[in-house]
Ligand binder design. Sequence first.
Ligand SMILES: Nc1ncnc2c1ncn2[C@@H]1O[C@H](COP(=O)(O)OP(=O)(O)OP(=O)(O)O)[C@@H](O)[C@H]1O
Ligand SMILES: [Mg+2]
Length: 452
Amino acid sequence: MTAEVNTRGSLRTRLALILTGGAAGLAVILFVVVRALSAQIAQQGQDNVLSASMSSILDSALVRDGRVSLDFPYSSLSMLTTDADDRVFYAIYEGEVLLSGYDDLTVPQGVTPDRSRFTTVAYKGEPVRLATGVRRLIGADGQRTVSVTIGQTQDALSNTLNAISRNVALLGIGFFVLATGLAVWAASFTSGQLRRLTTSVTRRGPQDLSPVSKPVPSEMVPLVGSLNTLMSRLDHTLTQSEDFIAEAAHRIRTPLATVRSHAEATLQRVDHAENRQALLSMVRAIDESSRAAGQLLDHAMVTFRAENLEKGEVDLEEVLRELVQRMSPIADMKDITLDLVAQDASVLHGDAILLQNAFRNLIDNALKYAPAETAVMIRVDGRKVTVCDGGPGFAMDEIHLLSGRFVRGKDTGHKVGSGLGLTIVQAVTTAHGGTMTLSNRPEGGACATVQF
Ligand SMILES: Nc1ncnc2c1ncn2[C@@H]1O[C@H](COP(=O)(O)OP(=O)(O)OP(=O)(O)O)[C@@H](O)[C@H]1O
Ligand SMILES: [Mg+2]
């Protein structure tokens, strides 16, 4: 039975989402920062060229015949040529008087000779970058101020920035894809640790309560620690209850044997039919209790040993031959013959005591439920042992229930039993990695097969 567990989200999905979200945020920040830096650097480049052009014009200014004249070289403007054919504008003023250039170009005011000024303005419907410089000239008639403003549209700069943005966007997308892949891998790897622990716990046999010894990441140590503590407590409790059952069964059986012998002795001396009947019922009840106590003891022993099988080489034929010999007196009392046929009998790597116990229960059933003067066939075929009898066989409607604890058939009559025999056989077979099958022979009679 699996207890229902409340689920809230998935650690793996949550981790992957957090990491992917982080990667997306980082990619956007990378894009914005790189683009801003590139814009700054590209602007700086344009400003440098504008400044060089403006300075070379300013340098050519001189006062000749009382007038300011500028004879700037062609290169002053040609250095502003760009791939995008950016347009160039200029305005040269002497004080407030335009000497040359565009009079509608907005020239920044208050520029001093020691520092050039760079501004971006809208001119003729386009953004234009302006560089303005001022120079003081000393003429015979005093000091004159010449200002030169050089402007350039920003098409080349925009093209460069767009190209950079495209590349940075591609880089950002690449980074995001890579980071997402890494995030999914990291999330799977982390949840894989949990999955491995789960597998190692679920793959255990039902009796395996040993602590988890596989190395786990430090974050999982508290969880595994609690799990180990729980299993050790469970193991302790189970061992205690098994010990208790074994002890209790033992303590019950001994006094019961005494009571039974007293009851039988009394039966010899009593003549009154009613008293005899009472004594017989008492003997039967004692037999039932004694059998139950014995089977309980065996069951506790099987449960306990199934966890730590004391394995050795077990010759199936030898074990069965010994059992047949030991059980022959009981068989003889019912005139039942025990036929053992072995063919290629295997030597099994298993727990001899448990296997013997299981086979004894099968033969015991055959002797108990088969009528007198019949034969019980015990066959060993490789790793398969079959015990068939000439009795009524299993009732088909309850055959699947018979290996359950304390389950007895409907038609057991007066036969003493506790319903634990087949449970023991099943437990021993399972502990040895085998299977038990119950069936009926076509000609009548029950067959119990254990295959290892
Ligand atoms: N050889 C058989 N022929 C017919 N029925 C059988 C045979 N073996 C077992 N059964 C049926 O299966 C039931 C369960 O068998 P099981 O050995 O577990 O218990 P039991 O024989 O009743 O008690 P005990 O624990 O003392 O062996 C029996 O009560 C009986 O009804
Ligand atoms: Mg039985």
